[in-house]
Design a protein around this ligand. Structure first.
Ligand SMILES: [Zn+2]
Length: 291
């Protein structure tokens, strides 16, 4: 019981005492974001308006796709390789419309994604390479019906962010590649049943639709008008008539091991996070050593 108390007291995910989730990210200037999803078109549906808004404000946005959607067709004339090539090209086109700087395809088989040590390591490497302030992914713990790949990528990203990416002894081979540990401080979870961070995308709906339309192999011939009606209805019904994309926001406390600016006072919460992180970190290492 005492062990449980310690873990929860020092848990680094931000709780109710943190800044309100409604405080908009990027108020002090453009940030770097990484959107990590399972399939081509996931991101456009989940956050196309948000990404368009961020890019319009000067943010740098990267996409990572765990699979290339190589199974999703009823047309028996396609091979997986052909389908993957089409879906990757459509995704690149959508990224160009939105202003995304770069898209990375990890090439895992569609439908068989696993939140394992390998996937976590790939994500950790990309986080250390691109060093985003904000990461957006699927809510891997959403109850109810969900695609297994959405669940897997959501869990793998969460496990990569805490604590692996910030502790250099996780995946130490990255240091040999010149990559340093990194901490992500903001995580936005899409598809959550408890969203608390709402981005008004009314001014970016046309760009979102344009990006969705790039995925023509997945749209079954739907027109822009049909898509607009569908999406506006869905978005308005969930947010009192406002056109928003909604997420669960998780703010992660800064570790005391990160270099602090000269004279910056350490907060009690930070000290707690540090003590907790030490406990968590050593547990993680034991598990790795044992496994
Ligand atoms: Zn998907």
């Amino acid at each position: 019981m005492a062990r449980f108390d310690r873990v929860f007291r020092f848990w680094p995910w931000r709780r109710s005492s943190a800044p309100a989730p409604s405080e908009e990210l990027g108020q002090d200037g453009p940030l770097t974001a990484m959107v990590i999803v399972a399939h081509p078109d996931d991101a456009e549906f989940l956050c196309g308006g948000t990404v368009a808004k961020w890019c319009g404000r000067g943010w740098t946005v990267y996409y990572v796709l765990a699979t290339s959607g190589d199974k999703g067709t009823h047309d028996s004339s396609f091979s997986s390789q052909e389908l993957a090539a089409i879906r990757e090209q459509e995704q690149r086109e959508a990224c160009r419309v939105l202003g995304v700087k770069e898209v990375v395809f990890l090439g895992h088989p569609d439908g068989f994604l696993e939140a394992d040590v390998e996937l976590r390591g790939e994500i950790v490497r990309l986080l250390r390479q691109y060093r985003p302030d904000v990461v957006l992914t699927w809510d891997g713990f959403r109850p109810g019906f969900n695609h297994a790949d959405h669940r897997a990528i959501g869990i793998a990203v969460r496990d990569a962010i805490y604590p692996a990416v910030r502790d250099h002894l996780y995946y130490p081979e990255h240091a040999e590649e010149g990559l340093e540990a990194h901490q992500v401080n903001e995580l936005l979870l899409a598809g959550s049943d408890e969203p608390d961070y709402h981005v008004d995308v009314a001014a970016h709906m046309e760009t979102k639709l344009e990006a969705i339309l790039c995925h023509s192999s997945q749209l079954g011939g739907r027109s822009r008008e049909e898509l607009r009606r569908l999406w506006e209805e869905r978005m308005r019904s969930s947010r009192n008539g406002r056109l928003t994309e909604s997420f669960k926001r998780v703010t992660i406390r800064r570790s005391m091991r990160q270099v602090q600016p000269p004279g910056a006072p350490a907060e009690v919460g930070q000290q707690q996070a540090e003590q907790g992180a030490k406990g968590q970190g050593s547990e993680g290492k034991e598990r790795q050593a044992g496994g």
